[in-house]
Design a protein around this ligand. Structure first.
Ligand code: GLN
Length: 485
């Protein structure tokens, strides 16, 4: 058998079920590799000794009917884990140990998986490069000094570096798809309402969704069927018929109509992204899909709309961190002084910027001009997709307007950082599912992804298209292991 850590989830599960490897052996392999990989800075909290104990107890009483039998897995530090520190990448939650478990992670443990630890992310998931984390930036395994993308940067880096066989992230404006694209991995942002938000540290509640990140589409389908459940603890959870996505996965997409939106050809888009998209269209045709030119006329407004709606909701969600109920507290001369010091010292610069923008657009006098207007534009963006889906079954675009950039390159220029999300945010605003799959490399050899956007609750269809295209693309991630100690 090849090295345990380089197996896909599906291969790993098969080996465990065939009793070729135990959960303990598997867990040990990922822990040992994790210990040699600290230069990537992917872990905020390593939970290695608990992981080993759980793996051993699984081996003593194995249950091979489970979908993740004794499989070790690290998760983004935005998911509350009962008894294990959960920071959201922030100083303000630096000492927070949740007394409860998020529904998504609970679903994963119910299938037999074992928690390896909590993965680094941008502070409160605000960022596109994992540089806003209080716990330092994450290195991409692709090359030294390169960002892994964000905000699920720790998740993407850990996955691409074989420190976890599969993982989960959250996506408010692209935080699963963009880091997947930057690291040559697969990432799915499910339909809003498909995965429970219960126990996930909130950023922008009308946009946040949890989703799987994996080495291939099959693994992605398997994890999606595990994490997507109706949950009455989340008032926006939707009770729809969920497929067994991995069982129903097919590469037969003959006759599927795939739309190419002309508005995604943005000014100044690098030629290599344009070429990748053209190649993607050819791959889709080779798979038997029919290409249809479409228009999503309000695409241009998606980014400004997102950067009003998301900070508005964030400023409201983050009001709870006041040093009283939980988390970091600074000393103050009186209550107001304590609030002010706690929040100025506890939140980083990007989070403070969003709180200020959000508070401004929600303030009386500006509410109608900004927030209400943004909500109206959001509806127009959603209507564009509804119109398009009268003609097509799915939409194909690049995942990001560029490949990964260098650490520090965009930190002083928030607008250029925000532009990273240009192809991903419309999907969140419309509540749709979308998957990013690796499809090529740029001139430097850095991975580039293609995004397939689906109709609401039609995850199976985009997984199938991704599965068929993945076969044609046959992308191989080149990892040099430069960080191994
Ligand atoms: N990069 C975007 C932002 O900073 C998206 C983040 C996310 O999806 N969590 O808001």
């Amino acid at each position: 058998m090849s090295d345990i850590t380089s197996l896909t989830l599906t291969e790993l599960v098969k080996n465990i079920k065939d009793k070729k490897i135990s959960s303990e052996e598997t867990t040990k392999a990922f822990i040992e590799r994790g210990e040699k990989s600290r230069d990537l800075n992917v872990y905020i909290t390593e939970d290695f000794s608990n992981a080993l104990a759980k793996a051993r107890s699984f081996d003593e009483k194995p249950n091979f009917d489970l979908k993740l039998p004794g499989v070790p897995m690290a998760v983004k530090d935005l998911f509350c884990t009962d008894g294990v520190k959960t920071t959201a990448g922030s100083k303000i939650l630096n000492n927070f140990i949740p007394p409860y478990e998020s529904t998504v992670t609970q679903n994963i443990w119910n299938e037999g998986a074992v928690l390896l630890g909590k993965l680094n992310c941008d502070e409160f998931a605000m960022g596109s490069s994992n540089e806003t984390s209080f716990f330092g930036n994450v290195q991409s395994p692709i090359a030294k000094g390169l960002v892994p993308g964000g905000s699920s940067g720790g998740s993407a880096s850990a996955l691409a570096a074989n420190l976890t066989p599969i993982t989960i992230g959250t996506d408010t404006g692209g935080s699963i798809r963009q880091p997947a694209s930057f690291t040559g991995t697969v990432g799915l942002k499910p339909t809003y309402g498909s995965c429970s938000r219960y126990g996930i540290v909130a950023f922008a509640s009308s946009l946040d969704q949890a989703g799987p990140m994996s080495k291939d589409v099959k693994d992605c389908a398997l994890l999606q069927e595990i994490i997507s459940t109706y949950d009455d603890k989340d008032s926006t959870s939707v009770d729809f018929k969920r497929n067994e996505y991995s069982k129903e996965l097919t590469n037969n997409i003959k006759g599927k109509k795939i739309g190419i939106p002309k508005e995604y050809r943005v000014d100044g888009m690098p030629k290599e992204i344009e070429d990748l998209w053209t190649k993607g269209i050819e791959y889709a045709k080779d798979c038997g899909a029919v290409i249809v030119q479409i228009s999503l006329p309000h695409t241009n407004y998606a980014l400004p709309t997102y950067y009003i709606v998301a900070p508005a909701e964030a400023s409201s969600n983050l009001a709870r961190y006041d040093g009283v109920k939980y988390g970091f507290r600074s000393k103050g001369e009186n209550l107001i002084d304590m609030y002010e010091k706690t929040r100025s010292e506890g939140f980083g610069a990007e989070v403070q910027r969003r709180i200020m923008i959000g508070t401004y657009v929600l303030s009386s006098g500006y509410y109608d001009a900004y927030y209400l207007k943004a909500q109206k534009v959001r509806k127009l963006i959603k209507n564009d997709f509804d119109e398009a889906y009268k003609k097509v079954d799915a939409i194909l675009t690049p995942s990001t307007p560029s490949a990964a950039f260098k650490i520090g390159e965009k930190t002083n220029d928030p607008v250029s950082m925000y532009l990273n999300d240009i192809f991903t945010v419309p999907v969140n605003l419309a509540g749709l599912p979308a998957i990013s799959i690796p499809a090529g490399v740029d001139a430097k050899g850095y991975p580039l992804g293609l995004q397939i956007i689906g109709k609401a609750f039609d995850e199976q269809n985009i997984l199938n298209i991704a599965y068929a295209m993945e076969e044609k693309i046959s992308f191989k991630n080149k990892i040099t292991e430069w960080w191994i100690k």
